[in-house]
Design a binder for this molecule. Structure first.
Ligand SMILES: C[S@@+](CC[C@H](N)C(=O)[O-])C[C@H]1O[C@@H](n2cnc3c(N)ncnc32)[C@H](O)[C@@H]1O
Length: 222
């Protein structure tokens, strides 16, 4: 049986071959967070650079004034967001795991990371005096989040997005048919004003795809 260090080194090697991948030690930090609380981390490894790049390679990211990231983990998608948004843009990251938050604050010292739940986006935005986000990017593990929490987070996103704003969130291909994932897709279609599904990102481990959701004109009960 492999110990945690052997397992995390395999994960780091695997992600290292999938683009830039996590920096040394991030695989271990991520795995520790997973072992501490598998039901809210929901993955064994941080996202690859391929997935992070694909999710952030849109004009509305390059032109954003305010961006919120939900479930930042060790910063795999954060890195791409911060490379692409204008230097004058406001960024807010929200992450539930305390050790990941410490790591994010060290890795990106000039950016704001709140230690708490994605269900409180509006409160954190108000605390930092930020306006409505043009883009919300999520790395949350929807397939393992309870339905009530999923709905609460989506309601916050719908409520806080700026006019014309976008919500992007990824999911793993293998989990596509899980009941919570199926329900999430239906709920996104119900709550947003149009939902696009990306091509699969095969080079991610595990392969993933993402939803691009447009802010709706009306709340539709969400
Ligand atoms: C699948 S990991 C993705 C991490 C990172 N975005 C990536 O792509 O590598 C999910 C992350 O969401 C965080 N998380 C889970 N539930 C959350 C919640 N309600 N609010 C904020 N973060 C949450 C977990 O702690 C974990 O870091």
């Amino acid at each position: 049986m492999k110990n945690i260090h052997e397992l995390s080194s395999e994960v780091e090697q695997r992600n290292g071959s999938l683009g830039t991948g996590p920096t040394k030690g991030e695989g271990l930090l991520f795995l520790k967070a997973f072992l501490k609380n598998p039901s809210y981390v929901g993955a064994l490894a941080p996202s690859s650079r391929y997935l992070a790049d694909a999710m952030t390679d849109y004009p509305w990211v390059f032109e954003a004034k305010t961006v919120v990231e939900l479930g930042c983990g060790t910063g795999a998608i954060t890195e791409c967001i911060l490379e692409k948004i204008p230097s004058t843009a406001t960024y807010l990251g929200i992450e539930l795991d305390g050790d990941c938050v410490k790591h994010l604050r060290n890795r990106f010292p000039n950016r704001t990371f709140c230690h708490g739940s994605a269900a409180e986006i509006k409160k954190y935005l108000a605390d930092m005096g930020a306006g409505s986000p043009d883009v919300v990017i999520s790395g949350l593990p929807w397939a393992v989040l309870p339905q009530e929490l999923q709905d609460g987070i989506i309601s916050e996103v719908v409520d806080c997005l700026a006019p014309g704003g976008k919500f992007l969130t990824f999911a793993y291909l293998h989990a596509k048919i899980m009941p919570r994932a199926v329900r999430l897709k239906k709920h996104l279609r119900h709550c947003f004003g149009g939902v696009e599904i990306s091509k699969p990102v095969w080079k991610n481990f595990p392969p993933a795809f993402y939803y691009i959701c447009n802010r709706p004109n009306a709340r539709n009960g969400c």
